[in-house]
Design a protein around this ligand. Sequence first.
Ligand SMILES: [Zn+2]
Length: 303
Amino acid sequence: MSLIRKIVVAGGTHGNERTGVRLVEKWMACPECYGACCPSADVSLVLANPEAMRLNRRYRDFDLNRSFSQVCLDASSEPQQCEFRRARELNRIYGPKGASTKTDLLLDVHNTGSNMGLCLILSARDPFTMKASAVLTQEFDDAWIYYQPEERSASPYFGTVAKADVCIEIGPQQHGTLDARLFEQAEKLVKRYLELADEWNRGELQKRAPIQVEVYTQLRDLGYPKAWAGAPIEAMIHPDLLGADYRELKKGDKLFRTFDGKDILYEGEADGRESVWPIFINEPAYYEKDIAMSLTVKSVEEW
Ligand SMILES: [Zn+2]
């Protein structure tokens, strides 16, 4: 990435994920809270889905953070869903998605009910977001890197309207609520990204020595056991696995517990892989998406 001239900090992409909502509202009322962090870039703040915030729900008609694929943005008819309309509006203001976008870096602040600490989700192998995130895993006890490679044009996430993005997932926090400790960590973390962007623009971040990081790369989402698509779920997350995000799950380990008390074990992957590292375990917002957890593969790299 060349210089970072335009940064957007977003909250409320999901209306009931209140850390980002309150952080952006606080900074809107207090420009001096973040104004000195990155003098070399223009920093904008946005509350992405005010209608969902008002309702204290994830979304009103459709998940806004699944509305930014190029196909969705380009559809010819005027959309009925308020989130599709909002996605187009955000894309006009901060995009347009693609090579001519106005935004170099988008930091989108989310919450998760899962035990994921400060999860830094990278959608591409972008030099700035990799280096800055690596630095932050050294500075924060509970910061983790989740690499979820996205084909940018097809990706439905808000962050992909920018040249580079980090989706920051903070948890565990019940949706619709706040947690003071997590709020303070989130504010510190976002400020550090801004300061590191300034360090990047001065050419200094690039000169830091390589940092060894654990990278959790997306493998696949795992649904709940069901007799057929649309049937009721037949089991819950196994008690041994609740809260065990980023922990190795091996073939034969307990995965689900049925409603009559039987254990369902992890059987390994179709390609013979026998270990995975689950995250987003029991995320409440993913019940409607039929995702019990996301499986990742852990690697150690130098960034
Ligand atoms: Zn979210």
